[in-house]
Write a protein that binds this ligand. Structure first.
Ligand SMILES: C[S@@+](CC[C@H](N)C(=O)[O-])C[C@H]1O[C@@H](n2cnc3c(N)ncnc32)[C@H](O)[C@@H]1O
Length: 336
């Protein structure tokens, strides 16, 4: 349970804020205390957290809509995403309703509280667990220009150079990731059968696979962030290769088997480097590769993935590297 979640619920537990008849939770994270709330609906684009929320028997919406007397918010990581979520929360509040936000100090809580205060007027705040929890009420005092500017951050972006659609908060929203570009350059043109793209993001690697291999049987995109997957759907619309989009936690394994897998595995959980997530991606890939199947991956040079590939019984070779990234091809060899 994150300290920000504990801090968010603290004023309700202490009876300082009343629990209303219904509430919306943006960036919803499960907490046992929420089960006692009369009616709480969550919105959560991150698959593992959405699953944890549903497991608690709490209701989840695909897109938040309607008006709510209370909106709880645990914002995402980027500045634009956070400000966009303030304006979305405002739009989802009924007049007189409350927005309650909690953030870790290390995520810039004081700075965002100040930005919200400048837009909303007076806001109340508490500090606990190295986090801040702050509340703003929807009244006539909000600054319309600031709200409009923040709404602009939630709009879909169309990159003028690449033509790709992205959105604030998803991986590499500002353009093509250089590691993925290095892998795309190296991808062979002789892929056959079904291909999976693990952690597909907004679809850059999938697009590169199709451009070089228009005759593959199918391409399956696996991604935990539903917003990125929606962008990928749009970026790959009109492709003739059969496509399947899976809102899925790759670390939990894959439901299918593939001749080829491409990936630029994530190696961060929150602010920290987390090699175990990348390793979990390798395990899921190795399990899902058919015999003779090939894995094409890019990673930061310092990440120790080679011993894991060997442990998983894959034969690997490094095909390219630059000052930051390495591209590795691996294979599940036929048994002799
Ligand atoms: C390094 S990015 C690569 C994105 C994309 N393939 C590209 O090249 O632009 C890793 C992606 O994995 C996704 N991801 C992280 N954890 C995941 C998980 N457990 N299951 C599925 N996708 C995940 C992230 O949202 C992100 O889009």
């Amino acid at each position: 349970m994150s300290p920000a979640l504990e801090t968010l619920l603290l004023p309700f537990e202490r009876g300082e804020f009343a629990i209303p008849s219904k509430a919306l939770f943006l960036g919803a994270e499960a907490h046992p205390a929420l089960k006692t709330w009369p009616d709480i609906t969550g919105w959560q684009p991150w698959k593992p957290m959405a699953e944890a929320w549903k497991k608690e028997g709490l209701s989840l919406c695909a897109e938040p809509e309607g008006l709510w007397p209370l909106v709880l918010l645990l914002p995402g990581k980027s500045r634009e995403e956070t400000l966009a979520s303030f304006s979305s929360a405002y739009d989802l509040l009924s007049p007189g309703g409350s927005l309650v936000v909690a953030m870790a100090n290390t995520a810039g809580a004081a700075r965002f509280e100040k930005e919200l205060a400048e837009a909303a007027g007076n806001i109340g705040s508490i500090q606990k667990n190295k986090c801040r929890c702050f509340r703003a009420v929807k009244d006539a005092g909000w600054d319309a220009d600031t709200l409009e500017a923040w709404r602009g951050f939630s709009a879909l972006r169309h990159d003028e150079v690449t033509g790709f659609q992205t959105q604030a908060g998803i991986f590499s929203a500002d353009g093509i990731d250089p590691g993925s570009a290095l892998l795309a350059e190296q991808l062979p043109k002789n892929l056959r059968g079904s291909v999976a793209d693990l952690g597909a993001g907004w679809g850059y690697l999938s697009k590169a696979v199709i451009e070089k291999n228009p005759n593959i049987k199918a391409l399956h995109l696996y991604e935990a962030d539903s917003r990125a997957l929606d962008c990928a759907r749009s970026n790959l619309a009109g492709e003739s290769v059969p496509l399947e989009f899976h809102w899925h936690d790759v670390a939990a394994g894959l439901p299918g088997k593939y001749e080829n897998i491409v990936m630029n595995p994530p190696f961060h959980s929150g602010q920290n480097t987390d090699v175990s997530l990348g390793r979990a991606f390798l395990r899921s890939a190795a399990d899902a590769l058919r015999t003779g199947g090939r894995l094409f991956l890019v990673a930061n040079r310092q990440l120790p993935y080679e011993p894991e590939l060997e442990r998983l019984g894959l034969v690997w070779r490094k095909v390219a590297e630059d000052s930051v990234y390495k591209v590795i091809f691996a294979e599940r060899r036929m048994l002799r």
